[in-house]
Design a protein around this ligand. Structure first.
Ligand code: FAD
Length: 505
């Protein structure tokens, strides 16, 4: 039967969009290029049998977004687990500030008394503004939530106007506390000195103190599977292994999609693309349908850095020297703001980082079902150039991946002597592997394009198409390349579907 909405791509945003459309009564078909759904939200046995690793997103900081709340995926068996500590920030000098949902636990880790008070005040402030920040994940602009913040809004703006390192220095006295917020900006391509970089880093840090970094039980794929169950309960369906190569346009309106096999699927409804913005504008929509200015912008689309991920299978938990790390969902490795700055400069300069900043995920502490009893998985990523300059790095990624993975292992070993002895399996994903796995991860960028301030809000993905619509009627961008960007909150797809439903009412 002819679908009356088509979603291109079964990543989380595509599936959230599909669910919203299906719940509104549309007969939705999701078409996915790969042989499995989920995009960067999936899990596989990547190292050894019995060890389940998340291929991309591993920690969910926005499971109370409007999209998650509306779908109530727990009805389909989705459950989350949490660790005692959300984020630990160790250094070689033995200091280790942590963020926990338990304010006492966080406070006791800030050794400087003034820092302790400053962090407690910050969390108190954040609890007041958080509902408004969450509301701002809707389609931009969200004037109401901004106004409702009142004077708190002015204080928040004074934070957001800083760099992440600047905010760390403004709030705290000790280096142990100062490095916490800028470490969060480096989840994506926001370095400690980057202008207005504090906003993203602040939100990621403070969400740890409120919602926590939740771990889906059974792996990240449990979210994808719950989304598909929800979609199917509303008569929607997913077709796998079918790349969409073209959106057919007649009279400036989308009327069908064409698959790689040549098959054409007609529709009288909207087409939502959970694709990269350049792929939508340059490949799926033909040249006559996109103004040349927009095409030029897409040809020079600003991507974020590459991501370099290493999954480990371990025969024991990581023997971190800092006790707090032993019960942390995520350990952020970076000695100081200066260390994070050096890392940023090296990646931006096209070098492999000498001391890679690390995001270390310890899923099995929260969800032991992901490994055989007493065993553990470890999920580690850093950033690196998307492509390696052949002059400096002959042979490119295939020749250098083991080298960088060894630096990653060595950095953990410094903080957890004896770590290497527990490694019984390791699997590397360099930026090229990540793009091969999911074509939206262009150059291994996990952010859906750069996360710098000049590419946000009205500039995401390109002005004036920041409200999911495109120059072709009935075609919407629903992926993390749209506002509010990367992360498992579902809001890019949810918002796009809301706008499409409004247009088709
Ligand atoms: C290593 C890594 C770690 C991460 N960690 C976290 C984390 O801990 N927490 C968090 O919140 N976020 C994390 N993220 C980010 C998060 O995974 C992404 O923001 C999110 O997956 C984006 O969802 P999406 O649906 O927009 O795109 P994707 O997840 O990339 O899915 C897009 C889908 O569309 C399909 N597709 C694209 N083009 C076509 C086409 N032409 N035809 C058919 N199908 C197509 C792709 O095959 C893919 O399945 C991480 C990402 C990576 C890579």
């Amino acid at each position: 039967m002819k679908p009356d909405a088509i979603v291109v791509g079964a990543g989380p945003n595509g599936l959230f969009a599909a669910c919203r459309l299906a719940r509104a009564g549309r007969k939705v078909l999701v078409v996915e290029a790969e042989s499995r759904p989920g995009g960067a939200l999936w899990s596989e046995e990547r190292t050894q049998p019995g060890y389940l690793h998340d291929v991309g997103a591993g920690f969910i900081a926005f499971r109370d977004s409007a999209a998650f709340t509306a779908l109530d995926l727990e009805r389909h068996g989705l459950a989350f687990a949490l660790c005692d500590v959300e984020s630990a920030h160790p250094a070689l000098d033995g200091s280790c500030a942590v963020i926990s949902r338990d304010p006492e636990r966080s406070a006791s880790s800030f050794v400087d008394a003034l820092d302790r008070q400053a962090f407690a005040r910050l969390v108190g402030f954040h609890r007041r503004v958080e509902p408004h920040i969450m509301a701002s994940l809707g389609p931009f602009p969200q004037i109401g939530p901004a106004l409702r913040m009142g004077l708190n809004g002015a204080r928040l703006a004074s934070y957001f106007l800083r760099s992440s390192g600047g905010l760390g220095r403004h709030l705290f006295r000790s280096e142990a506390a100062r490095r916490v917020i800028p470490a969060m900006g480096l989840h994506v391509d926001v370095g400690p000195d980057d202008r207005f970089g504090a906003a993203l880093a602040y939100v990621l840090a403070l969400r740890a103190a409120t919602s926590g970094y939740a771990v889906p039980i059974g792996g990240a794929k449990a979210i994808t599977q719950a989304l598909i169950a929800e979609l199917e309960s509303h008569s929607g369906s997913v077709r796998l292994g079918q790349p969409v190569t073209k959106i057919e346009v007649e009279g400036r309106r989308a009327v069908a999609v064409t698959l790689g096999s040549g098959e054409r699927i007609d529709t009288d409804g909207p087409v939502l693309a959970d694709t990269s913005a350049p792929s939508l504008y340059l490949n799926l929509l033909g040249e006559p349908h996109v103004p040349s200015r927009i095409r030029q912008r897409m040809q020079r689309f600003p991507m974020g850095w590459g991501t370099f991920k290493v999954d480990f299978a371990l025969d024991a938990p990581v023997p971190w020297q800092a006790q707090a790390c032993r019960s942390a969902a995520v350990v952020h490795v970076g000695e100081s703001i200066e260390d994070l700055r050096r890392f940023t400069e090296q990646v931006r300069g096209g070098d492999l980082p000498e001391q890679p900043y690390l995001v270390v995920g310890q899923h099995t502490l929260a969800d032991p079902s992901r490994a055989p009893e007493g065993r553990h998985t470890l999920y580690v990523y850093t950033h690196a150039p998307s492509t390696l300059d052949p002059g400096r790095y002959p042979g490119g990624w295939p020749a250098w991946r083991e080298h960088l993975a060894d630096r990653v292992r060595a950095r953990i070993e410094w903080l957890a002597p004896g770590f290497s002895r527990h490694v019984i399996g390791r699997r590397i994903s360099d930026p090229e592997d990540l793009e091969r796995m999911d074509r939206n991860l262009v150059g291994g960028d996990m952010g859906g394009g750069t996360s710098q301030w000049w590419h946000q809000l009205v500039f995401r993905p390109v002005f004036p198409y920041f409200r999911y619509r495109t120059p072709v009627r009935g075609v919407y961008l629903a992926s993390s390349y749209a506002h509010p960007g990367a992360g498992i909150h579902g809001m890019c797809g949810w918002n796009a579907a809301g706008i499409a439903l409004r247009d088709y009412r």
